[in-house]
Design a protein around this ligand. Structure first.
Ligand SMILES: Cc1cc2nc3c(=O)[nH]c(=O)nc-3n(C[C@H](O)[C@H](O)[C@H](O)COP(=O)(O)O)c2cc1C
Length: 236
């Protein structure tokens, strides 16, 4: 009886929500007609220290899917951190030694570009979590947090690439997402049909990472979700 009542109450709430959703969908369709078509940019940040490898390739697939959502309005760019020096100490207010290189400031203008409406973070899996470069990059984003949460409201998706089928990709994805929530970013998963929390990619030995069909599908889904929501928010 209680179960039945709860179910009916749930269905009532769900019905109201569905009606509200239909109204919102109509409003959003009207908004789309009225809104001017301003372009947006989706940046992918590759945090592998190895250039042009499996994480970068996966991110490129995500960016291609993001662009496909609306090729006239969605610009994309892949930024590889490979070869850059991004020390973590400045995030904690610790000064670098004399002559110590710090390339993070060179990334700030790119990340601050108001056109950037979405970020896709890609990390290789290192011992069941994100790479050291990914962690240092995320820590350095404290600059944006301190600057009135400058990344707030931008959309973010996350991809992790590991050499094992169950190598810790999802833990890495969730760890990165945790840091992005601290920036008040809007974190999306992979959307329908899988509704996974992000993309887990398997970079098998002696195979190209793009051979991982399930991984590539998830990566495309993340790219599409980021672009779709970023476009909707840009119209709002
Ligand atoms: C220090 C280190 C730790 C790693 N730990 C894991 C791991 O825990 N799980 C996993 O699936 N792969 C692990 N790997 C493999 C990498 O995640 C994998 O090779 C990945 O594709 C590298 O990305 P990249 O080709 O973009 O550099 C590790 C690699 C390194 C160098």
């Amino acid at each position: 009886m209680t179960d039945d009542l709860s179910r009916r109450r749930f269905l009532g709430v769900a019905g109201t929500a569905a009606a509200a959703g239909a109204v919102a969908a109509t409003a959003s369709a009207q908004d789309q007609k009225a809104a001017p078509a301003s372009p947006i940019k989706i940046l992918a940040i590759c945090t592998s220290p190895r250039q042009d490898m499996s994480t970068a390739k996966s991110l490129q697939v995500a960016l291609d899917a993001a662009r496909e959502v609306d090729p006239e309005r969605v610009e994309v760019e892949l930024v590889e951190l490979a070869g850059l020096r991004i020390p973590g100490e400045p995030a904690a207010g610790v000064e670098l030694g004399p002559g110590e290189r710090d390339d993070f400031p060179s990334l700030v203008p790119k990340l601050s570009d108001p056109k950037v409406a979405g970020l896709i973070l890609g990390t290789p899996v290192y011992f069941s979590n994100m790479s050291y470069l990914c962690k240092a990059f995320l820590d350095r984003l404290i600059l944006f947090r301190k600057n009135d949460l400058a990344l707030a409201g931008k959309v973010a998706g996350v991809i992790a690439v590991g050499a094992g089928r169950n190598g810790g990709q999802l833990l890495a994805v969730e760890s990165v997402q945790g840091a992005l929530y601290c920036q008040d970013m809007i974190v999306v998963g992979a959307g329908r049909p899988t509704t996974r929390c992000g993309a887990a990619v398997w970079s098998q030995k002696d195979k190209d990472v793009t051979d991982d069909e399930a991984g590539m599908q998830a990566v495309r889904d993340v790219g599409r979700c980021v672009a779709e929501l970023a476009l909707r928010l840009a119209r709002a």
